[in-house]
Design a protein around this ligand. Structure first.
Ligand code: MG
Length: 489
């Protein structure tokens, strides 16, 4: 397709995303289960070999996306995007926050919880937060009535695999990791999370979720269940011990599937299936260096920490009985940043006052005639502050950047990682994702007009959110909140 024809088709698509006539009254309950580092190829309905009957059933009863994206291939940035509807770069969020971080999500940002609360919804977050672990940044100060969970990743603790085999007497703390804590509200309720505690994570968070549904079944609610699994270190309850004895990752995925089933069963028990939009997805692709303790990407290239499809394209299944037709498969791109404006539309809430990047996808979910992708024209793949790639329709253009890969390397096993090759580089490479989802054949030389057009569009984004690869400063980015120096804990 020539550049003018491509541009014309993109503009036409951009103009064809209609709103539903009016939001339903009252809007649906919203349940989001956001798991950690689950690969595109890990669950049955995406071709995975792990049995996931509840998720497969959920897809049969609802909608499965083939082209669903997170905004960055790493935990904190990805979570910031889901909960604010913004590219994380717009919020000053990049990468993953460690225990030494002194910043967090700015209270001036509007979260999905606050959007729901503005319509009288009860709200709860159970699981991993990772948007700032200091009290002012925790979920209960970002629109959630309740929070129970861990402040950041479950491997940010003294038992990190890089530190357990040090000689006797040596410091056992990976980069000074303190004990991992369990938080309720904005207070630490368990100062030392142990391996036994981690074994109970998935069960305990599921029980919290079910209790929340039981307590709020007669009023609108937003429930955010952010399981720490299957991020390493992997732990599973005794219920799946037999599977774990031979394949721990498989057991962890089975337990997550069980968790989704338990939440769906609670909704069904209260006759809420027709009043609840349920979304299951993952925060980024699998951590490939962990080998048999990490997931798989199916046909996609690379994984977590890269902007190849395996890092950012994730499974996504939605169920809303009676509203979303059963068994649908959507092949149009949608991103986590589209969830907030979509929910806002569905429940009749105002959008945040500050500019956001996501777009309403309610017409797509509801399968309205002519519904288009909420990101119809083009969207961007940032990693940290690097604009590494963009997609427009079938085309994905990588800008020259370095990346890590396990190709040709010995994978890790048993919870210990292999070593990435960090010296890999991609040039200015164009891929046709319709015919080459594995990004294996660079066609830039065959489509110079497409490359030229996408380069032009990327320049606009660089001027807005910046790009360290080309040394461009952002003009449209905001700052995260920071602790005062003297307020150090
Ligand atoms: Mg993750």
């Amino acid at each position: 397709m020539s550049a003018p024809a491509l541009l014309a088709s993109l503009v036409a698509a951009a103009g064809s995303a209609p709103y539903a006539a009016s939001p339903p009254t009252p809007g649906p309950n919203i349940v989001i289960m956001f798991v950690d580092d689950l690969g595109y190829g890990d669950i049955g309905v995406y071709g995975g070999s792990h049995p996931t009957p509840h998720l497969d059933r959920m897809a049969a009863d609802g909608l499965r996306f083939t082209d669903f994206y997170v905004a960055q291939p790493v935990c904190s940035a990805s979570r910031a995007a889901l909960l604010t509807g913004c590219y994380p770069n717009r919020l000053g969020f990049h990468g993953a926050l460690g225990p030494g971080a002194r910043h967090g999500l700015d209270p001036g940002e509007t979260t999905l919880a606050e959007v729901c609360r503005s319509r009288g919804y009860a709200t709860a977050a159970f699981g991993k937060w990772h948007l700032g672990h200091h009290p002012p940044f925790l979920p209960v100060h970002h629109g959630f009535d309740e929070f129970y969970g861990i402040p950041y990743s479950n491997d940010m603790w003294p038992l990190h695999p890089d530190s357990v085999d040090l000689p006797a007497g040596a410091a056992k703390r990976k980069r000074g990791y303190p004990d991992l804590t369990m938080i309720e509200g904005d207070a630490i309720v368990d100062p030392v999370v142990t391996p036994d505690d981690q074994r109970r994570f998935t069960t305990e968070l599921t029980e919290r979720a079910v209790r929340f549904i039981d307590a709020h079944h007669d009023e609108p609610f937003f429930l955010y269940v952010a399981h720490p699994m299957p991020h390493v270190p992997l732990f599973v309850s005794d219920r799946f011990a037999a599977t774990a004895a031979t394949d721990l990752y498989r057991a962890v995925v089975r337990e997550l599937d069980w968790s989704m089933g338990a939440v769906l069963a609670a909704l069904d028990r209260h006759d809420l299936a027709e009043e609840t939009l349920v979304i299951f997805t993952s925060d980024n692709g699998p951590w490939l260096s962990y080998g048999n303790h990490g997931g798989v990407t199916g046909p996609l290239r690379e994984g977590k920490g890269t902007t190849f499809e395996g890092g950012v394209r994730v499974p996504c299944v939605m169920r809303w009985t009676g509203t979303i037709a059963p068994g649908r498969v959507c092949r149009l791109p949608m991103m986590t940043i589209d969830i907030l404006p979509t929910v806002a539309r569905l429940i009749g809430a105002d959008l945040p006052a500050r500019p956001i990047d996501g777009r309403d996808a309610s017409a797509l979910l509801l399968d309205r005639p002519g519904a288009a992708s909420p990101q119809p024209a083009y969207f961007f793949y940032y990693h940290r502050n690097h604009l590494e790639a963009m997609r427009a329709g079938r085309w994905k253009l990588h800008f020259p950047h370095g990346f890590r890969s396990m190709e040709g390397r010995a994978a890790g096993s048993g919870g210990r990682p292999g070593k990435y090759d960090y010296d890999r580089r991609t040039g200015l490479e164009l891929y046709d994702l319709e015919s080459d989802v594995g990004e294996s054949r660079d066609v830039a030389a065959e489509y110079p007009d497409v490359v030229a057009l996408l380069l032009e569009l990327a320049e606009v984004m660089r001027g807005d959110l910046g790009d360290r690869l080309t040394e461009r400063a952002a003009t449209g980015a905001r700052e995260p909140a920071r602790l005062e120096t003297e307020a150090a804990p």
